[in-house]
Design a protein around this ligand. Sequence first.
Ligand SMILES: [Zn+2]
Length: 197
Amino acid sequence: MGEKTAVSFISPGSMDSHKVLVLNQSFEPLNICSARRAVVLLIAGKAERVEDSPRIIYSPSVALIIPSVIRLHRYIHWPGAHIVAFTKKNILKRDGFMCQYCGRNGEERMTIDHVIPRSLGGKTIWENVVSACLPCNLKKGNKTLTEAGMRLLRKPTRPISIFYLSILAHSSHFSLAWSKYIPRGMGLSPPSGSISH
Ligand SMILES: [Zn+2]
């Protein structure tokens, strides 16, 4: 329980919306699963609790602290370096479905913006495309960041593995407890003002 966050009670029905970081037996980050799946792994004796979240499942028959991080008892061989397909969906996942200019969230209305516009020779590559909401995309138009007077929330990079992509897609669930187990180097950090488990 590293974080000083107020304890909250949740119903068993909302367990799927809470995410848990799964570590390999070697303590390397492996996956992200729902709180429900994590509790099943704990009860089955296949994993152990590493960090608790400040959330407690509460019903007349059960009161259980939801983990934030669990560790598998068995080592899973994981190649970890799959090439991530360059698709709109994966760009949105990388950016946590968040407009990289204003921070607005939402999968459906998000567009892809070229940081250096194509008309100025900007390429369609991981390092030059970001998720942008429609108003920001229109505001930026065919201008550079300086010309548009806009800034990026974070520098776009190529996701190094499917795992990192899934971490980034769940960045709204990112917690300080997770960050202890995730290597630096992907610009990964808890989104400011929205740290949660
Ligand atoms: Zn925006």
